[in-house]
Each structure stands twice: as C-alpha cells, then as structure tokens.
Design a protein around this ligand. Structure first.
Ligand code: AHR
Length: 481
C-alpha cells in the first residue's frame, strides 16, 4: 500500500508553541509520593536535601517540558493549600476525597516550586473551586506572587522564600462540570463564579494568565463558559483521554475526536470573541490528555497504566493533532508525568521509560518550529472511519461527524519547518502508521524551493509486536536512530 505525504514549507499554519509538550503532576497514586518525592528512599536515588528523585528528574528533563501543572486534577477540589506549607511536622494529614486516600501534606507549594526550579520548568497551578473559596485562591496567589508587606507574602518569607515565585499560570478549577467532582456546578453557576474570581485575582496580580475550565470543547458547557469568560481568561482548557476498548484501531484513531473538538472549540472561541468585540489572544490549554482506560487502570488504585506499542502510536497520533492544530492549541499537558497514567514508572530501586515516553521525547525534542499544513493522499479511500462507529473518549462521550473519515487515515502525519543549530532550515515530518497489518510506502512530495538532502535522519519507534511493553531493565520498545 502507498500513501503520499505532501509538504510545502510556504504553507505555514503557525508556530508550534513549545508549551504543548508540558506535563502534569497530581497528588494521586504514586505520582508525587514515591514518584517525584521519595525522602525515605535508601537506594541513592534522591537528593537528600530535598527528597526529590534525581533519576526521575533526569529522564523528565529529557522531555523538555516547559510547564508542569499541579496539584490536580480532581485532587485539587478538596485541597487546602495552606496545609502544605510551613514546618513539615506541623502539617495536618487530611482525608482525600478524589481518590479516597489520605494526604500527608509533606509535599506542598514550596516543594513544588523548588522542584520546578530544579527542573527548569514553569509552574502552572490549578485552583480549588470545589471546597476552596475565592479568599483561599487570593491567599494562594498572594503567597506565591506578592512582594508586598502583607500577611501571605510575609508567610512565604517566614517559610524561607524571600523572593516571590511569580507563578504565571492559574486555572479556574478542575472539571467542575463532572459528577465525580467535589463542588460540581452547572455551567451558568460556574461561569458566574469564575468571572468574579478572575476579576479579583487580576486585581491582586495583573500579570497572571488565567485558564477557564472547559469540558471536551464540543459541548454546551464550553459554549456557556466561553461566552461569559472570554473577556477575562487567556486560555480555555479541554480534557480528553482516549481508550482502546482492547482494539488497536480504536486506540490509535481516538485522537481524531480531539482534533475535531479543537476545531469546534476554535469556533466557540471565535463566536465569544466576536460577541465581546475582543481581539486579544484566547487559545486552548489541553491540560489533560493521554491514553487512559480507567477500567484497566482505575484512579482509586493509582491509575498505573502499562503501555504497549499500540499506546505509543496513539500518543504519536495525539501529538500529531497538537502540531497540526498549532494555531489553536498553545498549551497541552500530558496527564500525567510520573507513575500515574505516565510515560515513566518508578520503583524504590529505579525506573523505566514506558513505550509512550519515546514518541513524546521525539516530538518534544524535534517537532518545534513552524507547523506546516500536511496533506496525506491515498489512491483509494484508506480511512478507518467508514460508518457511524467513532473513536471514543472516556465517559462515553462520542462525536459523530463526517469529518472523521478525513481525520482517521491510517497514515497520520504532521510536519514542521525548524531552525537548525547551523542556522539553516530543516523540514521534520512525524509519521505514524496506524494500521495493525498494513505496511506502507510513503513517498513525500515537497513544495517548491526544497532541496532534498542526500542524508536523511530517521528516528523510529518500532517493534514487531503491537502488544510489546517495557519493564524495569527491559526497554524493548524505544527509539532507534
Ligand atoms: O488525570 C487523572 C484525572 O483525570 C484527573 O484528576 C482529573 O482531572 C481527570 O478526570
């Protein structure tokens, strides 16, 4: 079978925002405790001063994540941030209602900021709009960002942190629409509350960037929220996880639904901007995305997915979507970054990189620059979508649209025009073969003024078995260059 890729460097969509390669760490399962923070580890894997896992930091650094979102997720909706600061021995243990565990509060805001500084990433904090009040949110922003002589800024100083943290990104709640969320709200109620929060938070710190809580991007919640919040936010969030239902093709085609949802969100944003006469940038922050089957890896049990090659291909398809939609998605956070639905898994003795680590690593390191409009043509219809079966999101939300035929071709590609360290330009193309059986020849036709070099570098993530997984000391699915 043959599928032709057409790339023209003149057809630039937009710059790929490096923030699409961001991460997410939640107080959930072994993400924080036993993942990035492991003070009792006796295997030489931590920095004894901080308790941070240095092996985790090393492999995450290679992913070049610009931002990391924290502390949830669902966790944040009952989180009292004040419990997680000050002397550790005085921090209270609390019942934790998202994942029905206990929170020791040994890792909190100051530790997260220190971890971000050591990682060279920017912190992105999600506010508690469940049990939390506007007063708590203002106090959190004051604690992190204020240089004034006021109570919470002084409390930060008292805790040993003289300089403000200048946390720029603040999200107005997490999945507030969901029945699983403590403090679930109706869309109108959320929009009204978040509008007031945004106003007050900006009075305290006009430099912050705010993110509204969106749903999947194509439901009424998103329309209502954008209509009200467009004037006061900088990003609208979307969350989606794709599931495989045990079938490879469902797994790798799922991100097509996210691509469609981004197109719909773009229109909702346009509508809201027109209605309010806004010309400011307002884009999407896809702050939770990944392959996650909550039946296979339940949240209450720590959601430790054991990914195979099929999942790695699904992650590549997700990333192709973000590169192709570079004009509308400016932030995306893989959910999550350590142990919980994550590209890396730790034990007290070490860690391994899951299959999904490798496409993420390739994209984050190479697929930066200007996103190019790629056309994939096939001699005959060669698409997974032929009827009404659609790729699924979790929670049984499905999207029926004729566009899915276009979005679910077996050969899935994105391209960038990148600057090289030698000061030249280079076209980089990411291609995923989403067929379980079919091999493809993929001729590439370039637009005018492209000199094709005789040496081409190919990085490949491949294994003969789509079900191959990695393990400790056994990374059989990885990048071969
Ligand atoms: O990432 C796991 C969970 O998925 C998050 O806590 C929540 O926001 C989403 O439902």
């Amino acid at each position: 079978m043959s599928s032709t890729i057409h790339v023209d460097p003149a057809r630039i969509i937009d710059e790929v925002d490096p923030r699409i390669y961001s991460g997410f760490t939640e107080h959930m399962g072994r993400c924080i405790y036993g993942g990035l923070y492991d003070p009792d580890n006796r295997n030489g894997l931590i920095d004894p001063k901080t308790g941070f896992r240095t092996d985790v930091m090393d492999v995450l650094k290679e992913l070049k994540m610009p931002l990391v979102r924290y502390p949830g997720g669902n966790f944040v909706s009952t989180y009292k941030w004040q419990d997680g600061i000050g002397p550790r021995e005085l921090r209270p243990r609390r019942p934790e209602l998202a994942w029905l565990t206990e929170e020791s509060n040994q890792f909190g805001t100051d530790e997260f900021i220190l971890w971000c500084r050591e990682m060279g990433v920017e912190p992105f904090i999600c506010l508690n709009m469940g049990t939390g009040t506007l007063e708590d949110a203002l106090a959190w922003v004051e604690y992190c960002n204020s240089s004034a002589n006021t109570y919470y800024a002084n409390l930060r100083r008292k805790n040993g942190h003289n300089e403000p943290y200048n946390v720029k990104y603040w999200a107005l709640g997490n999945e507030v629409y969901g029945p699983w969320q403590v403090g679930q709200m109706e869309s109108q109620d959320y929009a009204k509350a978040a509008f007031q929060w945004a106003k007050a938070l900006r009075l305290l710190d006009p430099s912050i960037q705010l993110i509204s809580c969106g749903e999947t991007g194509f439901v009424d919640w998103d329309r209502v929220v954008l209509r009200k919040l467009a004037p006061v936010v900088d990003f609208h969030s979307i969350h989606a996880y794709t599931v495989s239902e045990g079938k490879h093709e469902v797994n790798v085609m799922g991100p097509a639904a996210a691509e469609k949802s981004l197109e719909i969100t773009r229109s909702l944003i346009d509508l809201a901007k027109i209605e309010h006469g806004l010309s400011k940038p307002l884009t999407v922050c896809f702050d939770e995305w990944n392959v996650w089957d909550p039946v296979r890896a339940p949240g209450e049990k720590g959601a430790e997915e054991h990914y195979d090659l099929s999942d790695a291909l699904a992650v590549a398809a997700w990333l192709n979507v973000f590169v192709r939609k570079a004009d509308i998605v400016k932030i995306a956070c893989i959910a999550q970054s350590v142990n919980v639905i994550s590209p890396i898994i730790t034990s007290p003795e070490g860690l391994y990189r899951q299959t999904t680590y490798f496409p993420l690593h390739l994209f984050s390191n190479l697929m930066r620059g200007s996103s190019l409009d790629v056309l994939v043509t096939t001699p005959s219809a060669d698409s997974y979508y032929t009827g009404i079966t659609v790729p699924a999101f979790i929670r049984n939300i499905t999207l029926h649209t004729p566009d899915l035929a276009k979005l679910t071709k077996y050969i899935d590609a994105s391209a960038v025009l990148a600057n090289t360290t030698q000061g030249t330009k280079e076209i980089r193309i990411a291609i995923a073969n989403r067929s379980a059986e079919q091999e493809y020849e993929v001729p590439i036709i370039f637009g005018p003024n492209v000199a094709v070099s005789e040496t081409i570098t190919i990085h490949e993530v491949w294994h003969e078995d789509l079900r191959a997984t990695n393990n400790f000391g056994d990374e059989k699915v990885k990048t071969i260059t």
